[in-house]
Design a protein around this ligand. Structure first.
Ligand code: 13P
Length: 253
């Protein structure tokens, strides 16, 4: 049985103080949500205070990116060990904004996935096609290429620690969410690809999220699909009451 997993990707929003207030409100609102795993992914400066605020509770902390080296002359970068020291258990890797705004390559994504695993961080690996790629029927080609590249260094016994987030780029921040059926088709394709790279049993253990304009009103339709085990949420994770409602709706409460 795969446990549902809802991530809040704050992107470049919230000061440390605003972030601490948000998670305190969220924790009080949600109480003990044992049937869904909730992961908050704030910007780097907010990780440490939010990590302290969340310590001992069941809301988990994740970062939005990392660099693959352990330390050294890499101005502006943050290492896997630094994220662990802030209390992170998860890290988003290969988000479409990293790929398309900052030019991150499949090879760099692969190095980041490997570095995260080596430090005991669980990658939330993002894959997804551009609108132009979908329109010419290349969604599966793109997603397969991204998966094969990112997972090249991941061993069979490690694969179930990853979360794969399917985020079609055209659905992110646009209000134009994928239909649940289309998202399910790609999630199923992702699981089949994993079965090919590893085996069927291992692929069944991996949690797959949908991301792209997920709101309290539509989250349950995605979670109802056979291969979708959660959501990666941007805009709707920035207000505690909205995100709490989204989380409750994801489990049908
Ligand atoms: P929105 O929920 O704002 O569309 O963002 C999705 C996303 O990119 C999460 O990583």
């Amino acid at each position: 049985m795969r446990k549902p997993v809802i991530g809040g990707n704050w992107k470049m929003n919230k000061t440390p103080q605003e972030g601490v207030e948000l998670v305190a409100e969220l924790r009080d609102d949600l109480g003990d949500m044992a049937d869904v795993e909730v992961i908050i992914c704030p910007p780097y400066p907010a990780l440490l205070p939010i990590g302290s605020e969340l310590a001992g509770g069941n809301i988990k902390l994740g970062a939005q990116d990392l660099y693959w080296e352990k330390e050294g002359a890499f101005t502006g970068q943050v290492s896997p060990g630094m994220l662990r020291a802030c209390g992170c258990q998860y890290v988003i890797i290969g988000h479409s904004e990293r790929r398309h705004v900052f030019g991150e390559t499949d090879a760099q994504v692969a190095k980041k996935v490997r570095a995260a695993l080596d430090e005991g961080l669980k990658p939330i690996l993002c894959v997804g096609e551009l609108l132009a790629e979908r329109e010419v029927g290349e969604t599966e080609i793109v997603v397969k290429r991204q998966l094969e590249a990112a997972l090249a260094g991941v061993r069979g016994e490690e694969i179930s620690t990853l979360v794969i987030a399917y985020e079609p780029v055209w659905a992110i921040g646009t209000g134009r969410a994928s239909t649940a059926e289309d998202a399910q088709d790609v999630a199923h394709f992702i699981r089949r690809t994993l079965a090919g790279l590893y085996d069927r049993e291992k692929s069944e253990a991996v949690r797959i999220q949908y991301g792209g304009s997920v709101k309290p009103e539509n989250v349950k339709f995605y979670l109802a699909e056979a291969d979708i085990d959660g959501a990666l949420v941007g805009g709707a994770s920035l207000k505690a009451a909205v995100f709490a409602q989204l989380i409750r709706n994801s489990t049908g409460r």
